[in-house]
Design a protein around this ligand. Sequence first.
Ligand SMILES: Cc1cc2nc3c(=O)[nH]c(=O)nc-3n(C[C@H](O)[C@H](O)[C@H](O)COP(=O)(O)OP(=O)(O)OC[C@H]3O[C@@H](n4cnc5c(N)ncnc54)[C@H](O)[C@@H]3O)c2cc1C
Length: 419
Amino acid sequence: MEKYKCKSVGIIGSGIQGACIGLQLIKKDIPVTIFDRHDPLSSDFQPASYGNAGHFSPYSALQFNRTDILYDVPQMLFSSYGPLALKWNYVTKMIPWFLHYLKNCNKKSMLHTAKYMNQILSLSNDAYEEIFKEIDTTNLIEKKGIIYVWTKQNLKSRELEIKVRNDLGIEQKLLTQKEVLKLEPNLKPVFDAGVIYESAMHARDPHGILKEIFKLFLNKGGKFIQENITSLKQINENQTIIKSEKKEYSFEKTVIASGAFSKNLTDQLGEKIPLDTERGYHVHFKDMDHLISRPVIFLNKAFGVTPMNQGLRAVGTVELGGLKNPISKKRIDYLIRCAKELLPQLENHEDEWLGFRPTLPDFLPIIGPSLKNKNIIYAFGHHHLGWTLGAITGKIILGIVAEEKTNLDLSPYSSKRFN
Ligand SMILES: Cc1cc2nc3c(=O)[nH]c(=O)nc-3n(C[C@H](O)[C@H](O)[C@H](O)COP(=O)(O)OP(=O)(O)OC[C@H]3O[C@@H](n4cnc5c(N)ncnc54)[C@H](O)[C@@H]3O)c2cc1C
């Protein structure tokens, strides 16, 4: 019997998921066209894949569907300078997400999420290493580990995190305050202890890496069309249609890799997927990246600093407020205040950026075919870990498109769990 070969694929989104999926498909000689309203090679391309903290974090299996966090949420929400904020005009729109979150906020779901995040996270760095062999990574990647620090507050949460990671066999090295300061002497000792993931790496310029991956995709024959996609549908077993503001395009299969914006498209397919966004921010302190050698994350404050080519990037916080609310000055002020507390040498900042983490309420991504339209394939909802999971998602989607067998259990990532 002749082996099945997909004839053509359209991908909506050229963030890290879309770019890595496109690359994997084109490497197997499957004709691919990526659509995005922004050109990934231009400077006005600023989605989550551009402005993130740049951590490749294969250790981050434990997510936020945890009762220890749930109890702290109300207090955090009512403090305007806390790590979590809410846009009150968005509360009612977020109710479906909250209801699913509450349903998934228990020990069993927490461990289920951790197990299946770990399944893909544990493969994530190797998947990137394969890509890095084919692109120029000079000044783009650093392998010096990633440090997290914390105060004596909420120690029970830290103990839980350490235990779950130990149980999953994740490598971690606990550090005293003195040991952290030996590695990062410029930090002000406003924390009590920490952990280092020694084998973790970080991007010195996430957009720079994405551009290299995208250029490789184009060099191998991939196509790119800069248009805003308004709708899509499956016509029959062999045809899907992607419609932009200008034109209609036909492909055998279509992949939705539109990050936090994917819900606009999945709603049209009759699936109720409670995708929403956790908004995050960054600012740069130019020429200050020499202050630290590796990313440092202050867990109690939900923020971190990463040494990047643009300067020191202070990045993080979670704001629940949808895709349309404007940038919050208070969130920017919070980031600056936290950064200066940890590194008092910092002065003026620039580049205030808001980005949209695509988040599902059980903190697992959706990777797999649409329930009602088998030729439309989903690849979104990677929340805080979409940068880390780009390359492995590309490989998984290639397997689904090419209808190859896999040893991975992909059922936990199906949209079936919400329908
Ligand atoms: C502050 C912050 C820090 C983060 N730090 C990290 C980190 O350190 N490590 C980590 O692993 N992850 C991190 N993340 C998460 C990570 O950045 C995201 O999960 C990931 O970038 C999502 O990638 P994506 O390709 O799914 O979506 P995106 O990067 O959002 O790309 C989606 C693309 O689809 C396009 N698009 C959407 N709809 C349409 C349409 N209708 N027509 C045409 N084009 C469309 C958009 O223009 C966009 O280019 C962070 C996120 C934020 C916000």
